[in-house]
Design a protein around this ligand. Structure first.
Ligand code: NDP
Ligand code: MG
Length: 393
């Protein structure tokens, strides 16, 4: 077994922390080449002291200089880069075998894409990259011989439930449809009339998963599931009609694949991201993740219900964007990022999130996407439209 060299983009986040927890258990298998952060510089310094990476990436030149100085004083020779160029450099570096793409939001697109273009093993947590630039991203993976392993628990479950080396046309593998499970989030049973008044603190208190603030709000609106429907469509090359959502509050079944013979295969486990992370790190082998074994007697029952599109309009908006195609998914994603940030800042209410996204989809409209430039332009137009609406609130 050769040692795998890793870059972890977004090392200070929730997925970054879970990744380093798995890596820590297998010092014989993994070596950390680079770690990146954005605001949590003290945490990044501590991680550099522990993992002694070749490189670290900060957001600005000033932060980079401060970190490099602090590390030098401790006798640590980590080279500190900064900004998007720094992220791209450590994602594509020739010494790197695998890249964990765990930056949140559109900010993670360019570095994840750089890893794909450099033919790396790409462990993709940053679903927004695929939502924004699905066709461009998937083409980069294919043309450069990259290996794309999904970290999102649902997509990892589907990957595990498909035959190994599944084809670009899942008809050839006898797949009828896939079913993404959703916990339903913190407001699964909240009455429609109470939804408008929910607070950011209530929205980020997820019942089953511990995650960063942006994805936690996305889980509360069900936009997270909507983004995942789009992510699944690009990853597995399936149209919207063949991707269904099932609300499953226990979060034990992580997703399912239905075959033409009536077989339904699923992956189960405790809700802990270290399972998909360990799967992708070791694939096609298996390693210990630190996750407790699933105790089915304690789980006792598994429930399923249909998603309520009236109370959670974001899920319907994501299906709409996927059906429209072209730049609509990138527009949806950008409008959602602006709306979620405004909600977390207390500038708009919870019920305004889907209204704002729907208005931006209408305003910007769709058109074909041929290049990354088209994606960037869609992102820019949608942010501008969304920020205008937040300001007018
Ligand atoms: P967090 O908010 O916990 O972490 C985000 C990471 O990205 C941090 O390291 C942060 O740095 C860094 N970052 C934030 N903004 C920027 C930027 N502009 N430029 C560079 N780096 C930046 O998020 P999560 O770990 O929860 O989520 C990461 C991704 O994984 C998201 O795309 C999410 O949808 C996806 N995902 C997460 C799951 C989870 O369980 N958490 C499950 C499935 C998918 P810093 O903290 O230093 O500011
Ligand atoms: Mg998920």
């Amino acid at each position: 077994m050769s040692v795998q060299t890793l870059t972890i983009l977004g090392a200070t986040g929730s997925i970054g922390g879970s990744t380093l927890d798995v890596v820590r258990r297998h010092p014989d298998r993994y070596r950390v080449f680079a770690l990146t952060a954005f605001q949590r510089m003290a945490e990044l310094a501590d991680l550099c002291r522990e993992f002694r990476p070749d490189c670290a990436v900060a957001a600005t030149a000033e932060q980079a200089a401060a970190l490099a100085g602090a590390l030098r004083a401790d006798g640590i020779a980590t080279e500190v880069l900064w900004g998007e160029q720094g992220l791209i450099q450590v994602a594509a570096h020739e010494q790197v075998d695998a890249v964990m793409a765990a930056i949140v939001g559109a900010a993670g697109l360019e570095s994840a894409l750089a890893a794909a273009r450099a033919g790396k093993r790409v462990l993709l947590a940053n679903k927004e990259a695929l939502v924004m630039a699905g066709p461009v991203f998937m083409a980069a993976v294919r043309e450069n011989g990259a290996v794309l392993l999904p970290i999102d628990s649902e997509h990892n479950a589907i990957f595990q439930s498909l035959p190994r080396g599944f084809s670009r046309n899942l008809d050839d593998d006898g797949v009828r449809r896939i079913l993404l499970t959703a916990s339903g989030g913190p407001f699964r049973t909240t009455p429609a009339e109470a939804m408008a008044a929910v607070t950011p603190a209530q929205a980020v208190a997820h019942p089953k998963w511990s995650m960063g603030p942006k994805i936690s709000v996305d889980s509360a609106t069900l936009m997270n599931k909507g983004l995942e429907v789009i992510e699944a469509s690009f990853l597995f090359n399936l149209p919207a009609e063949r991707i269904d959502v099932v609300v499953h509050p226990q979060s034990i079944i992580h997703s399912l694949v239905e075959y033409v013979d009536g077989s339904v295969l699923a992956q189960l486990g405790n809700p802990d991201m270290r399972t998909p992370i360990a799967h992708a790190l070791a694939y096609p082998e298996r390693i210990d993740s630190g996750v407790a074994p699933l105790d089915l007697f304690q789980v006792a029952r598994l429930d399923f219900e249909a998603p309520d599109l009236e109370r959670f309009p974001c899920l319907g908006l994501a299906y709409r964007a996927l059906r429209e195609g072209g730049r609509s998914p990138a527009v949806l994603n950008a409008a959602n990022e602006v709306a979620v940030a405004a909600f977390l800042d207390g500038r708009i209410g919870f019920a305004a999130i889907p209204r704002l996204i729907a208005a931006v989809l209408d305003e910007v409209g769709t058109s074909a996407v041929h290049s990354l430039g088209d994606v960037r332009e869609a992102d820019r137009l949608a942010r501008q439209a969304a920020l205008g609406r937040v300001a007018g609130h």
